[in-house]
Design a protein. Sequence first.
Length: 337
Amino acid sequence: MAEGAVVSQGMRWYVRTYQSGDETKILELFKRVFGHERSLAHWRWKFLENPAGRQISLAVAEDGGSIIGQFAGLPVMSATPHKTFLLTQGIDHMVEAAWRRQGIYTAMAQHFFENFVTNKGAAAWYAFPVQGGFDIEAKAFSCSALHQVPLLSWDLSNPEPWRPSLQHAQRYRLDHVDRVGPAVDELWNRCRPEFPLATVRDSRYLNWRYIDCPDTQYTVTVVTDLMSERAVGLAIIRFGWFDHAVAPIVDWLVPNNDLDVSRILLTHCHDLAKERGLTAMQASFPSYTPQHRFLVSLGYSVQLSPFILSVHGPQGSEALQAVREGWYYTMGDSDMY
């Protein structure tokens, strides 16, 4: 019997971290549990190419070595105005149907937090489950619900009286880019002090998260001030989400007080969505953020999405406290988008 193996209902299993080559069996399990396929290219991008690392706990059947469960995290570097932390997003939690109700999920969660969410690892864990998923997580490892994620929406058939004047727009250049670089790094450094806590939105992260994604196309728009030749805004959108004719704004980086740039960039996003025949814009910013208040001031409607921001972490974690007190997130901070 493997070290640490558990015998339950006559079946033996144990929990370990990912080993090279496990991805084939992980993808087979994913298809059996969720009913659809995930490509190997997507898996490699998400887990092997993530610049912040890889965090995967697996349950393995001792007889035959089948992978029967997974508890994975997607780590990201995050920052307050003065410190950086590693946060990890809980994703792709699953257990083979025939092996459920044997304590496997709880054992994987315990293994994950003992190995990856520690004072030397990720400083806090977060996820965006629906209610049923949150109930399972809360029972397994006592995570906490912070709030239900707001969904901001704009009907693209509505008039847009807030559109900027041509005089204001002529000061700026808007570029669609296939790679971001030092100009966006400098924009992130200027915006960072405004966020109590946020994912580090530098070129390393943005290129991996959006541009290198193998199966979702994102449009990355950078706004440049023609007077200073500095990047002053960035928006990333996608066209469609599942079967919804919407354009989610998955990422947004504009200094809080630059409302002219915000209106110019948002107008451009609206125009791109209209060109593709989509019916609505969507975004998710926490209600305590200037970005949320900006969209509401223009007339965006607000409703609650089915997703719950939940958190967990070591007692006394400074990062966990920062998440609780004012984490800036966008749709792109969830792997669902």
